[in-house]
Ligand binder design. Structure first.
Ligand SMILES: [Zn+2]
Length: 317
């Protein structure tokens, strides 16, 4: 696979979603009678792992299926994992009873945010897709127009209202996340009011209706830090299904930093600061930076020139 942005493997294509096949009425009958098919069990947003150390998804054979609340055909894998390339995978959300029957040991069920860093690219993508669609089903059970309960169609990718025929499709909410650099190549980090003390990251925010990603970048940085930026440049993106986001990564250049005081908004962002790579390294004992599974981590590490737990420019890349 060609490396298209600095942020691979977050952005790679590793599942063929096989959208044409979704609409076949006999889809699940066909898939469940195919011995190659695997199920990805989900229970309260957690997936079943092969062991408590959570190194890989435990995809189970169709005969181990018990009653599923919702089934979603995720597609066919384009990378091998414990199963070969081309494995069809169905996400199944389970009741407490069904989950306990499948695997009573709760340490085998893991949250994506906890285990994401250690997963393979394939398992990460499958887990993300499954959680994102499952979250949508959970919060969109009724028709937004008339309030009637909707039914699931198209392999789990549509909910239809039988009163007015309305089809509802899974939603994903874009949020920009931006690496702002100044003319000395320092990076702008902020400390969010929602976070524990001394946790720092690049700035981010939801895209508003009617707004381009680029305009959102400029607006968010002005709002959160009082800094005017220019030339937003796309870096890469990452689905972040908590509950339904896609993080769209940008870099932007600050304008006239020398004369401008940083003004955190005081509500969402309590503190903003410019960091050199050397400062980030020197203060590493006091700073908490984004976790390794996040696009924020990848964007900062890409600027830093190597892993964040080593000196700037660091180890082999
Ligand atoms: Zn309706």
């Amino acid at each position: 696979m060609t490396r298209r942005t600095a942020l691979e493997p977050l952005t790679g294509l590793v599942v063929d979603r096989d959208a044409v096949r979704r609409t076949r009425p006999e889809l699940f009958d066909e898939l469940l009678s195919d011995p190659a098919t695997r199920l990805l069990p989900l229970w309260h947003g957690k997936a079943l792992m092969t062991d408590a150390s959570a190194g890989a998804l435990d995809l189970v054979t169709p005969d181990r299926q018990s009653a599923a609340l919702v089934r979603v055909y995720l597609g066919r894998t384009l990378l091998a994992g414990l199963e070969p390339v081309g494995t069809p995978v169905i996400a199944v959300t389970l009741t407490d009873a069904a989950a306990a029957e499948l695997e009573p040991d709760e340490s085998r069920w893991a949250d994506l945010r906890r285990v994401g860093t250690g997963l393979s690219e394939r398992d990460y993508a499958l887990f993300c897709e499954a959680v994102a669609v499952a979250n949508w089903h959970e919060s969109h059970t009724h028709c937004p127009r008339c309030g009637t309960p909707t039914v699931v169609e198209a392999g789990g990718w549509v909910r239809r209202c039988f009163v007015d025929g309305r089809e509802v499709f899974p939603r994903t909410d874009p949020a920009i996340i931006v690496r702002v650099l100044d003319d000395r190549d320092r990076i702008l980090l902020g400390s969010n009011a929602m976070w524990e003390n001394n946790r720092w990251s690049i700035l981010a925010g939801f895209v508003e209706p009617g707004e381009s990603f680029e305009a959102a970048v400029i607006r968010e940085v002005a709002e959160e830090a009082g800094v005017l930026v220019t030339e937003p440049r796309f870096l890469g993106s990452q689905p972040w299904p908590f509950p339904a986001s896609i993080m769209v990564g940008y870099e932007a250049r600050a304008v006239d930093v020398g004369d401008v005081a940083l003004t955190p908004d005081g509500e969402e962002i309590l503190e903003v600061r410019w960091f050199t790579r050397e400062e980030l390294w020197a203060e590493r004992g006091d700073l908490l930076l984004p976790g390794g599974a996040s696009i924020a981590h990848a964007i900062i590490a890409d600027w830093y020139g190597g892993p964040l737990d080593g000196p700037p420019g660091g180890a082999a890349r």
